[in-house]
Structure formats: structure tokens, C-alpha cells
Design a protein around this ligand. Sequence first.
Ligand SMILES: *Cc1c(COP(=O)(O)O)cnc(C)c1O
Length: 439
Amino acid sequence: MPFQDAVMTGLAPDGGLLLPESIPDLGSRLDDWRGLGFAELAVELFEPFIGDLSREELERIVAKAFASFRHPDVAPLVQVGDLRVLELFHGPTLAFKDIAMQVLGGMFEHMLNARGGRLNILCATSGDTGSAAIAGARNRPNIGIFVLYPDGGTSELQARQMTTTRDSNVHCLAIRGTFDDCQRVVKSIFGDLEFKGRFELGAVNSVNWARLMAQIVYYFHTALKLDRPVAFSVPTGNFGDILAGYLARAMGAPIDRLILATNSNDILARFFATGVYALGPVHRTISPSMDIQVASNFERFLYYRLGSSEALETFMADFAADGSARIEDGRPMDESIVPAAVSEEETMATIGDVYARHGYVLDPHTAVGVAAARRHQPSGPVVCLATAHPAKFPDSVNAAAGQDVAHHPALDGLADLPERKTVLPPDVDAVKKFIATHA
Ligand SMILES: *Cc1c(COP(=O)(O)O)cnc(C)c1O
């Protein structure tokens, strides 16, 4: 499938996930790439996957995507005690999802300009994804976006990051229900192919290949700054971020290992420790973007680990039937991925300790990764991915630090801005009617 079609459809025609036909080995080019800026490196890394965009087009899309970041380095690396922290939160909504969403929004816009037509993005969010998707879609005349979120079910700040957007192509639908209700409604609407086609609906799921591809860049960019193979500690929910690290390693980035850090929703940490993938209850934690049991990108890793689509199908069928499946070939799961599950207490203590010792404020997701990195203490350099700015989670961060430290000017101003949202019942027809009149 050509790259542009893969980006537009998101999923394969049979409902499965798309992967590139082969993973390019770019190890021999590393020395040439050492001095490149983030956007220049992104073009080099994307090019092998893209046959149907010219280099000039790619350069334009990438430059525009990363120009929206507040830091000239896009993803700066800072030293915090023995650890290095990779700040991925300098994008428009202060979370790492901006990196992929800005690229994806730019790709959509380019393709729509070339092919004609319009795209109406429909998505459900429990928090960060919605605002990053809105930031990726706003200001693009041929794109509309409809975001469903549980009314009162996100933090006040997360809701305001969405509802204070002024653009008329952005529609925030506050659903009187839970996040699961929002997802059910979205799924059902995507299942109505006639409606989907008529209103040109599209998705920005974390399984979209362009999102993964965009995330490979910061692994290379960081590894190239250091003179020895590096370990990355990755706060993990849907397995997208860490899968990008796994692919970067396969493409030749000098990565020693990946520390898979989960909160108490530890299904993936248990899998990498035991080979058993078994559903547990969902716990609500102070790192809500990782409160996930079934990780949508994990199937992609399993495909590589199991070696064939047939073996993957059997594994997933077992899991669907029993809520549990097991890898039984006697080989280790993957020695490059080291699991660690971090409790709420340890997360809070890590925020408090790092602030007291180094004056550096971690957000709760980042703190999960830092706690996991401290536990493992690998011999070489360790980089902890900072996936959100602490000001996005002020209650837990301030409580853990013991002081009012969680601020960012872009968020402090939100309380005074007018909100724009439509409250709807958790009802498929009500949402369809809204889309039909606003798409
Ligand atoms: C989405 C998110 C994560 C988890 O990333 P995955 O790709 O789902 O593993 C971690 N931290 C923050 C702040 C996020 O928004």
C-alpha cells in the first residue's frame, strides 16, 4: 500500500494494523547525520518509508510541523543528576503526542490539497489525545475535527485545552457519560460506512503508521548526541512510544535497551517479565494517559516477536477468548526491553525527591519512567522520556513537590478564556445529527 493511502486509512482493509514491508537499515548513515537538526533528521528518516511524496514536499511538511514547537531544538535533552531527561513537551499542547499529531495534520493537509476533498476527523479522548489532535487540525481549512470526551470526566485543564480553541472547524462534544461511552459512539459511527463516506470521516488513532514514524525521530536525534549506546526509559500506555524506540533500534539507532515503564496498569510489564499477556482491572492513577489495559500498538510488536501473521492471529484469538494468552517457545521475550511497574507511592516520591535534590519538576508520567530508570541503573547513559509538562497535572505534582511549582504560561491563561462546547447524550444518533449539520 502506498504511504499516503496508509496514512489516510489508518487501518488495513481487514481491520489489522499496517507495518512497512521492510525496516531499512540506516546504521551506515549515522556519522553523516550527527550534526543535523531535528527537522532535517526527520526528513532523512521518513524518506525510506515514503515513495509517493517528493523530498521537497516532505521538507515543507516537516519544517511546518516542528515550527509550532516552543523550543528551537524541538526535543531538548537536559541533565538532571545522573539522568538525562528528553523533554518532548514543547509542542502546542505540552505533551509528546504533539510531535506525531503535528506531522499527521500536515500530511493530511498536503494530501487533501493535492487530491481535493475534505476530511472530518472523529475521535474520542480521555485527556491528552484530544487537545493534541485539535492542535494538529486547527488552522487547516480542508479539515474539520469532532472530539468526544466525557463531560466532567477529564481534568478541568484538559477540557479547557480543547474547549477554548476558537477555530470554527473544531467541535468539542462533551458527552454525558464515560470515556467508554465516547469510544462506543465513535466506533459505531465508523462502522456505518455509508455515513462515514458521506461525511468524509477519518481517524487519528495511535495506530496510524505516520504517528509511529514521527516518533522514531527523537530516538535517533538523542542517541546521536551521545557517544555510547543509550538506554531509554519510556512511560508506556498504548505501546506506541516504545514501539517507535524498538523500530529506531531495528533501523540502526545506537540504543542499548528500552526500559518499559508502566504505572499500576501493568499488563505489559507482566508480559515482558513472564510471557503471559493477561487482562487485569483498569486502575485510575495520577498518570491517566497510561491507564490502559489493552495496548492498541502491542500487536505490532507481537508480530515481530512471533514471526508471522498466523501465529499472531492465534495469539490474539486466545486473548480475545480467555483474556489471556502466552508465548511458549522457551525463548526470552526480548532482552532489549526491560519491564518495570511503578506504584503511585513511588511515582509521588520520585517527583518529590527529584524536585528536592535537583530543583527539576517531573510530570507524573515522566516520573514513572524516572523511577523505573533508577531501579535498573544500566551501565551506560540513560535517557528518560518526559512525555508531558508538569503544569498539565498540577494537583498531583504540587502535592508531591510540596510547593506550588506546576505552572506554564500557556495553561495559566486558559481559566479566563471563553469555552465553546456542545453537551450531548451518549447516543449515536445525537452525535451523528451533530456531525451531519456541522461537517
Ligand atoms: C499517551 C501518553 C503516554 C503513553 O504513550 P503510549 O504511546 O500510549 O505508550 C505517556 N505519557 C503521556 C503524557 C501521554 O499523553
